[in-house]
Design a protein around this ligand. Structure first.
Ligand code: IFM
Length: 487
C-alpha cells in the first residue's frame, strides 16, 4: 500500500466525535514529527568525492570486530539514493529529518579547508528537504572520527576537541544559510566508553583512563563546537547535543544496589550533563574514577566554562532502562557485552534484564523509562526544552510474498513511547519533537546489517525500499498530529 492509498483509506484524519476525541492524544502545533539516521549507517560511497577513512572504516576492516565482517562501505546507498529517500519522507508526512554530516567527507584528515564536493552532497540534500517542507536537523558528529585524528591520539587527545571546533565552524559557515537546527555530538557516552573502554565500537581501544579523557574532550568539543556555530549561524539557529541518557534503576532498595545505581548514573549521565549544562563535574564521579585518571591534570582552567556553552534544547536518545545491582560478573549485554567494562569506576556493577518483552537487540521494552528520563531532565533543568532525538526498536522484520512488512511490535513500541512523550507534554514539559530511529534499515555498528531499526525496509542486495506497516502508522499519527489513547 502506498502512502497515498493509506491517506485515501483514512479520510477521517480529524477526530470525528466526542468519544473519539476523548481517546485522542493531540500533540502541540508545530511539534516536530521526524525520523533520524546517521552518515556512516546509511550513506555508503565510502571512497567518493574525497571522503577519507573514518575510525569505523578501519574498525570494520579489522577481522572479528563487526558481525560477519559487514561494513558501511555501501550501507543503504543513501549517498546516491537521497532523492528517493527524501520522497519517502515527504510521502510519510515527516516535517523534520535528523541526519549527520560525515566529518571525513568535509575535512578528510580532520584539519584544513573543507572539501566542497563533500559539502555539496549535504547542500543538495538540505535543499530537497526544504523544498519538501521538511526541517533539517544536522548532527555534526555521529561517531565517524577521521582516522588521521585517531592515528595521532583520537578523543583521549586534547587537540581533537579543537579540531572538532574548526570542523563545526567550516560546516556551520557552509550550511548555516539552510540548516536552522544543529546538534554537536550524538551519544558521546558511546564514543568515549564503547570506543575507548569496552572497545566494542571503533576505534576498539580498552583503556578506562583514556575513555575518561575522551569523555572530557568530548565535553570540551561540544562546548567549543557550539560556540563556533554561534559565531557563524543566524541568531535564530537552535543548538543542541543528543545524549543517550541511561534511565538507571536499582534492582532493590538495598544500600549497595542504590550505590550501584548512583555510580552508573555518575559515569553514564552526569559525566556529560554536569559539564554541558552546569559547567561542573560532580564530586562523586571524580572520586569514583580518581584511580583511573588525574582529573586535575585533565581539566584545564576554562574547560568547564567552555563545555557549558549555552544550548537551546537537549536531545534525549532513549531505548531501554538499565537495571543494576551490586556485584560484578554480569556483563552489560545491552551495550555490546565485551570483556572490558564500558563503565569506568563502576566495573563491579551487575546489569539485569527486567522481565517482559524484549526487542531484537534483547533490550527490554519499557516506555516508563522515557517518561522518567524526561521528567528528571525537566526537574533538573526546568528552562531547557527537550527533543527526543532517537527512539525505536529493532525487530526481526521480513518482507512477505505480497511485499509487505508487518512490524506490529514496532507500532506498539512507537505508540507506547509517543504516549510517554504526550504525558510529559501534558504535565508541562516543553518537548519540541520526536525522531523515530530510524528512517531506514541500516548498518547497526558492531551488529552489521543483522538488526533492523527502520520504518522503511531495505533489501540490501537490491537496495529496494519498502515502507513497513510502522511507517504507515507513523504517517497517520503525523497527519492527525496525535495518537489514540493507549489501550
Ligand atoms: O543505531 C544506533 C544509533 O547510531 C545511535 N543510537 C542507538 C541506535 C540503535 O542502537
Amino acid at each position: 500500500m502506498t502512502f497515498v492509498q493509506a491517506r485515501q483509506a483514512d479520510p477521517s484524519a480529524p477526530v470525528a466525535d466526542a468519544a473519539a476525541a476523548e481517546d485522542f492524544r493531540r500533540f502541540p502545533e508545530g511539534f516536530l514529527w521526524g525520523s533520524a539516521t546517521s552518515a556512516y549507517q546509511i550513506e555508503g560511497a565510502a571512497n567518493e568525492d574525497g571522503r577519507s577513512a573514518s575510525i569505523w572504516d578501519t574498525f570494520c576492516g579489522t577481522p572479528g570486530k563487526v558481525h560477519r565482517g559487514d561494513t558501511g562501505a555501501v550501507a543503504a546507498d543513501h549517498y546516491h539514493r537521497w532523492r528517493e529517500d527524501v520522497a519517502l519522507m515527504r510521502d510519510m508526512g515527516l516535517n523534520a529529518y535528523r541526519f549527520s554530516i560525515a566529518w571525513p567527507r568535509v575535512q578528510p584528515t580532520g584539519r584544513g579547508p573543507a572539501v566542497e564536493r563533500g559539502l555539496d552532497f549535504y547542500r543538495r540534500l538540505v535543499d530537497d528537504l526544504l523544498e519538501a517542507g521538511i526541517t533539517p536537523l544536522a548532527t555534526l558528529y555521529h561517531w565517524d572520527l577521521p582516522q588521521d585524528l585517531e592515528d595521532i591520539g583520537g578523543w583521549p587527545r586534547r587537540d581533537t576537541a579543537q579540531r572538532f571546533a574548526d570542523y563545526a565552524l567550516l560546516t556551520g559557515r557552509a550550511l548555516g544559510d539552510r540548516v536552522s537546527h544543529w546538534t554537536t555530538l550524538n551519544e558521546p557516552w558511546c564514543s568515549a566508553f564503547l570506543g575507548y573502554a569496552s572497545g566494542v565500537h571503533a576505534p576498539g581501544r580498552t583503556d578506562a583512563g583514556d575513555a575518561l579523557r575522551a569523555a572530557h574532550h568530548l565535553n570540551l568539543a561540544h562546548g567549543l563546537g557550539a560556540a563556533a556555530l554561534r559565531d557563524v549561524l543566524p541568531r535564530t539557529a537552535r543548538l543542541s547535543v543528543a545524549l543517550n541518557l541511561h534511565q538507571v534503576r536499582a534492582l532493590t532498595g538495598e544500600p549497595e544496589d542504590l550505590e550501584a545505581a548512583r555510580r552508573i548514573d555518575a559515569v553514564g549521565n552526569r559525566i556529560f550533563l554536569g559539564p554541558m549544562l552546569r559547567g561542573a563535574y560532580d564530586p562523586d564521579l571524580l572520586q569514583d574514577t580518581a584511580h583511573l585518571v588525574d582529573w586535575d591534570d585533565l581539566v584545564r582552567p576554562g574547560d568547564l566554562e567552555a563545555a557549558a556553552a549555552p544550548i537551546d534544547e537537549l536531545g534525549i536518545n532513549y531505548y531501554t532502562p538499565a537495571v543494576v545491582s551490586a556485584g560484578g560478573g554480569v556483563r552489560d549485554d545491552a551495550h555490546g557485552g565485551g570483556d572490558h567494562s564500558p563503565w569506568p569506576g563502576a566495573e563491579d556493577v551487575a546489569f539485569h534484564q527486567p522481565p517482559g518483552e524484549l526487542t531484537a537487540m534483547r533490550w527490554s521494552i519499557d516506555a516508563t523509562g522515557l517518561r522518567d528520563l524526561i521528567d528528571r531532565v525537566h526537574q533538573d533543568h526546568p528552562d531547557l526544552p527537550v527533543v527526543i532525538t532517537e527512539n525505536g526498536m529493532a525487530c526481526e522484520d521480513y518482507r512477505s510474498p505480497e511485499g509487505e512488512v508487518n512490524d506490529t511490535d514496532r507500532i506498539a513500541y512507537l505508540h507506547q513511547h509517543l504516549g510517554a512523550v504526550h504525558q510529559a507534554i501534558e504535565a508541562g514539559v516543553p518537548v519540541s519533537g520526536y525522531f523515530a530511529w530510524s528512517l531506514l534499515d541500516n548498518f547497526e555498528w558492531a551488529y552489521g546489517y543483522a538488526k533492523r531499526f527502520g520504518l522503511v525496509y531495505v533489501d540490501f542486495p537490491s537496495q529496494c525500499r519498502t515502507p513497513k506497516a510502522s511507517a504507515h502508522w507513523y504517517a497517520r499519527a503525523i497527519r492527525r498530529n496525535g495518537i489514540d489513547r493507549l489501550p
